[in-house]
Design a protein around this ligand. Structure first.
Ligand SMILES: [Zn+2]
Length: 315
């Protein structure tokens, strides 16, 4: 009986996070490959295939498969539409291409989905089966796990959690819609709001999430107001997720969620007053645990989930 390994490749806009992970979620080897000089789709695919080869060679035992996390819409191992900062990657059978190039089983999914799967398998929501994951940053992304599996809707187009509407005919969102959760509760929205209400903040002053949190904890009036609105909208969105899915945990990732226990506490306090009583008693809002390793670990978790059962059946 030998140990099972998975290779994970988390594709970002500027680099590939690559690693070899065992079934316990231990990262046994990891490396980062820069995409700085890869200007075309072909060049990026070659780098991904090379990274898979390099990871697979690290261990004597054969790997079970390769999980790839990719920013964009992924349907059945195909990239339907990739992120803006990666050239090409439209209607591309990336899974098949990588399988042909490397000879390994390949399973691809959206990067935010895999961060959620990583947190459910190895992180904050370990041992849970029904989980909503939200990443709060420049935008808001997320994932929904139902009965232990990622849920993506028809053709994996759904669970755009940042684009549920929290304000009818509200402010414009980068997605083209109006009044989306992302437009009100992302860190971008928080920074804009803080700048807007602060009377004597110079244009040149660097303001980021950490800066506002520090001011908030120090009791500065504008930071308290801006954070209050941020918590209100985030809680409003999460309330809807609880009413639909009744998850055991709502895991919040992204840099700002690491601010401290008060962050999820403030959201939870608001939710208790908003949700339908029958749906909310068991739902708990918690911070993500895996940080920037969530994507890589989710890639591996996807491999163990998709290919392990098949191997078991064929033994
Ligand atoms: Zn939107």
């Amino acid at each position: 009986m030998y140990q099972s390994y998975a290779v994970g490749i988390d594709v970002g806009g500027s680099s590939l996070k690559c690693g070899v992970v065992n079934q316990d979620g231990e990262i046994l080897y990891s490396t980062i490959v820069s995409l700085k000089n890869a200007k075309t789709e072909e060049a990026i695919i070659v780098l991904i295939a090379e990274a898979i080869g390099a990871c697979a060679k690290k261990f004597e035992n054969p790997i079970l498969g390769v999980g790839v996390g990719f920013p964009g819409i992924i349907d059945n191992n195909k990239v339907i539409a990739g992120a803006d900062n990666l050239p090409g990657f439209e209607q591309l059978a990336l899974g098949e291409i990588l399988q042909d190039m490397t000879g390994h089983n390949i399973i691809i999914d959206n990067d935010a989905n895999l961060m959620g799967l990583g947190e459910m398998t190895y992180g904050a929501a370990k041992n849970c089966s029904d989980v909503v994951f939200l990443t709060v940053g420049t935008g808001i992304g997320g994932a929904v796990m139902i009965d232990g599996k990622l849920y993506g809707g028809f053709r994996n187009r759904g669970t755009e959690l940042g684009h549920i509407v929290v304000q009818h005919n509200g402010v414009s969102c980068p997605c083209g819609g109006k009044g989306c959760l992302e437009a009100y509760a992302s860190v971008t929205a928080l920074l804009n709001h803080y700048r807007y209400i602060h009377p004597d903040l110079s244009e040149r002053e660097e303001v980021d999430g950490k800066y506002i949190i520090e001011r908030y904890l120090a009791g500065e009036e504008y930071a308290v107001n801006a954070m209050g609105v941020h918590f209100d909208y985030l809680a409003t969105g999460i309330m809807s997720f609880i009413n639909i899915f009744s998850p055991q945990k709502i895991v919040i990732g992204g840099g700002i969620s690491e601010a401290g226990g008060f962050y999820t506490g403030e959201i939870e306090r608001r939710i208790k007053t908003l949700t339908v009583p029958i749906t909310s008693p068991d739902s708990e809002v918690i911070s993500a645990k895996l940080g920037n390793k969530a994507g890589l670990l989710g890639c591996a978790a996807n491999v163990f989930q998709k290919f392990k059962a098949f191997n078991d059946a064929s033994e």
